[in-house]
Design a protein around this ligand. Structure first.
Ligand code: NAD
Length: 483
């Protein structure tokens, strides 16, 4: 990639001022295939000031113009979809079929949905209580620092970039240093779409460098962060001294409650959902709770399904799962599988080590633990790999209690054909989202969690509102206006 070592600042590709080189590793082969630069405080400062200088013109610009530029971006994104699919696949290991059909599509859907919702967005709300003399103005919050992870790179980036720009903010994006190529490609697309200089800036770097510099920068008005709960807490602390808004989308440990009256496909669907993207999804159903009368049957199904899940390299088409993203994640997952075994969880499928025949690449065996108890580490910690934990329950109250016994609260899942029970349980679960019977939310629904899964909402009108500040002006109407 031509500009892999450069940053996109003020509408130009620029060499880093205080950058150091870092390899991008292909997780299927463990081989470096590209070199990027990790920036520092001076690069971050240049990008932030470019965004600051561009803000007055961009925030005051005709809203229709901003939408037309996002439409131009959508056209480039669609035209270069295959480049994006290949970049994502190579940098983070998603098989190319998944990359084309889900990773790239997620970015497109968020861009389309932002354009649709932002087109008719009302920025001025006169109060009906005094005939409009009090006016509520929704204004862009300002310069936004956007920090994103590697697992669904374009999904995460587009959920921030598109609404921020649509609402009149200017941005500095810091993609994950593990998966930086998709972000660089998006910067090329934004450049081609013709956005004014400084509206979108990109600086690559790690958390300790560019991430920390962005978070504490006095000219950054907001940090929108997606990543681990540990980093989310560090960012909140670092942002406190400059009192900026911090929107957090963090980890998860979703429970999938399978009642005895669930549809026959519920278990298989749950296993496949857990293993999708090699288990690297914050909203994955990683704890399966099964009503005792169907527990043994569920174990058999889960084992059979896990044994049919194949692993393979990211450049091969097909429905296999790829490697996990990095050596660090591989080691962490192996450590947690070993701990699960040590602590007495029963291995139903998979286990420690690489899948048979795969000696190279960060491949993990699709693993199912049965009879997992709530004190076990694998039940409590986010593993972020293809590992499912299963346990039985006896009553609805116990299922709710088990599901809620976590520091996280992102997505929980319910499988039942009894709609009254479904609604009762959905209300009792402590999470930002509840998915039932395999039916996903309509596109444009807000996504986000509670507790240590974060405090932000992305997508939908809520996702636009995150990038706005409310200003109240009284006496908006003059005597002549009032008549
Ligand atoms: P991570 O927290 O290690 O890194 C995420 C991003 O934050 C990277 O760009 C990294 O460089 C940066 N960063 C790390 N420490 C920082 C610091 N102290 N200051 C500023 N920036 C910092 O997470 P990851 O390993 O890239 O991603 C996996 C995690 O992301 C999982 O926990 C997953 O659940 C979570 N996630 C959450 C959502 C969601 O919407 N809730 C979506 C995807 C991933």
């Amino acid at each position: 990639m031509e500009n892999a070592r450069n940053f996109y600042i003020n509408g130009k590709w620029q060499a880093p001022t205080d950058g150091r080189k870092a390899p991008v590793i292909d997780p299927s082969t463990e081989q470096p295939f590209e070199t990027i630069s990790l920036g520092g405080a001076r690069d971050t400062d240049a990008a932030v000031w470019a965004a600051r200088r561009a803000l007055p013109e961009w925030s005051a610009r005709d809203h229709g113009d901003r939408i037309r530029l996002l439409e131009a971006l959508l056209e480039v994104y669609n035209r270069r979809a295959e480049d994006m699919a290949r970049a994502i696949s190579k940098e983070m290991g998603a098989p190319i079929t998944l990359s084309r059909e889900a990773q790239v599509v997620a970015g497109r859907v968020h861009l389309e949905s932002t354009i649709r919702l932002a087109r008719d967005f009302e920025f001025e709300h006169p109060s009906p209580r005094d005939g409009g003399s009090t006016m509520k103005l929704l204004e862009p919050i300002g310069v936004c620092g956007l920090i994103t992870p590697w697992n669904w790179p374009m999904n995460q980036i587009m959920l921030k970039v598109a609404p921020a720009l649509a609402m009149g903010c200017t941005v500095v994006l810091k993609p994950s240093e593990v998966s930086p190529l998709s972000g660089l490609l998006l910067a090329e697309m934004i450049d081609e779409a013709g956005f004014p200089p400084g509206v979108f800036n990109l600086v690559n770097g790690d958390g300790a460098g560019v991430g920390a510099a962005l978070t504490s920068h006095p000219e950054v008005d907001m940090i929108s962060f997606t990543g681990s709960s540990v980093a989310g807490a560090a960012i909140t602390q670092a942002a406190a001294s400059t009192v900026k808004r911090v929107a957090l989308e963090l980890g998860g440990k979703g429970a999938n409650i399978i009642f005895a009256d669930a549809d026959p496909d519920a278990v298989e669907r749950g296993v496949r959902n857990c293993f999708n993207n090699t288990g690297q999804t914050c909203a994955a159903p990683t704890r399966m709770l099964v009503e005792r009368s169907r527990y043994n049957e569920a174990l058999e199904i889960a084992q059979r399904v896990a044994e049919t899940v194949e692993t393979g390299p990211s450049d091969e088409e097909g429905r296999h799962i790829g490697p996990v993203v990095s050596e660090r994640q591989f080691d962490k997952i192996q450590g947690l599988i070993a701990k699960g075994i040590d602590e007495g969880a029963r291995v139903l499928a998979g286990g420690a080590g690489r899948p048979e025949g795969r000696n190279l690449g960060y491949f993990v065996r699709p693993t199912i633990f049965a009879d997992v108890t709530r004190d076990m580490t694998v039940w409590r910690e986010e593993i972020f790999g293809p590992v499912l934990c299963m346990t039985p329950f006896d009553t609805e109250a116990e299922a709710i209690e088990l599901a809620n016994d976590t520091i996280y609260g992102l997505t929980n899942f319910i499988q039942t054909t009894d709609n009254e029970k479904l609604r009762r349980v959905a209300r009792a679960l402590r999470s930002g989202m509840v998915e039932s019977n395999g039916i996903g939310p309509v596109s444009g629904s807000p996504f986000g969690g509670v507790r240590q899964s974060g405090n932000g909402r992305e997508g939908g009108c809520e996702g636009l509102m995150e990038f706005l500040e409310t200003k109240v002006v009284s006496g908006w109407l003059s005597g002549a206006d009032v008549g």
